[in-house]
Write a protein that binds this ligand. Structure first.
Ligand code: URA
Length: 322
């Protein structure tokens, strides 16, 4: 058996707010995306970028976090091949589209037409997921633009004016929810990059949860100066934006890191008293654990948080969501 590792891009451009996808037409008339074998020493992303340039003369802006991996087998000259294909999502940056000798044409197609024309099942699933991702990302970008303008519109504003948007795949099944960004997050405009974030990374790794598979954000997405706990009023002001973000992402699991996020959704719930607890309500499973900042303060909490995360990791894995 021969093993092939290939990578490519699902390339799209927005035309009147509608995503149009680029397909190359093979000599046998089937439709495919630019893709090819990953050469020795190349990363999957490098290979996808090179193939897209070579096969279509196109450069793209890679959409972070979107990645589809599929495995399938086929016979070529009586030999069985196992192919692993990694597809990324890329927004068309530069062309013009020029096809190589390998193809006889190309076509930009909207989602509906492409789903009718594509023959490969895996490619159909990848396109479906890409189309969903583009829609969710556009929705999240719109909410974040609105949210980031809140300091200007609010009568009184005692938080930082720097908006720290969530990070991770917008189609993730799992959202981790903290309290509010700290000073380092405020400076870098990225959640959980300070000491708490580094500890969270390590706890996730040790519990088998991949950070690039989860979406991480906080109840309040502006830094409360001197690292104070956001006030009730601030939480109430910010909550509608978080609820809109969650509606767009539509996660199956929400993990509360600490009291602020737990009590924003379940009144009276406390991180220490209810850690490890799991509640399923309206199709969403909520999990309670400590905030990594509490673990930094009290070392003895580390085993507790790690065991909670391992428990959640098992729940997610058992339902094939990890
Ligand atoms: N702590 C939080 O609760 N949120 C962040 O974004 C960073 C640290």
């Amino acid at each position: 058996m021969k093993f092939d590792y290939s990578a490519g891009f699902i390339v799209y451009k927005m035309v009147k707010e509608k995503a149009m996808f680029l397909f190359l037409i093979k000599q046998d008339g089937t439709y495919d995306v630019p893709k090819g074998i990953i050469e020795k020493g190349e990363s999957a992303e490098d290979a996808a970028t090179r193939e897209t340039r070579e096969e279509a003369n196109v450069s793209v802006e890679k959409i972070p976090f979107f990645k589809r991996k599929g495995r399938f087998s086929f016979y070529k000259r009586k030999e069985r091949h196992l192919k692993e294909l990694t597809l990324f999502l890329g927004r068309f940056k530069r062309g013009p589209v020029k096809i190589s000798y390998e193809h006889k044409g190309y076509k930009w197609m909207a989602y509906g037409e492409a789903m009718e024309k594509i023959g490969y099942k895996d490619l159909k699933e990848a396109l479906d997921s890409a189309n969903d991702y583009i829609g969710k990302k556009a929705e999240i970008d719109k909410i974040n633009e609105d949210y980031s303008g809140l300091p200007k519109r609010a009568k009184k504003w005692n938080l930082s004016r720097t908006f720290v948007q969530g990070i991770g795949p917008v189609n993730s099944r799992t959202v981790f929810l903290g309290q509010a960004p700290g000073a380092e997050e405020d400076a870098q405009k990225i959640p959980f990059v300070g000491r708490s974030g580094k500890l969270l990374d390590s706890l996730l790794r040790r519990s088998g949860i991949r950070r690039d598979c989860i979406y991480i954000t906080s109840v309040v997405q502006f830094f409360p100066p001197r690292n104070r706990i956001p006030s009730r009023k601030e939480i109430v002001l910010c909550m509608p934006f978080l609820l809109r973000q969650l509606k767009a992402i539509n996660p199956k699991y929400i993990v509360f890191l600490g009291n602020v996020s737990a009590s924003a959704f379940f009144n009276g719930h406390k991180a220490v008293a209810h850690h490890g607890k799991v509640i399923t309500k309206d199709g969403v499973t909520y999990m309670f654990t400590l905030h990594p900042a509490a673990v930094l303060r009290f070392k003895k909490f580390e085993v507790i948080m790690l065991s909670d995360l391992k428990k959640f990791s098992n729940i997610m894995r058992n339902s094939a969501d990890l």
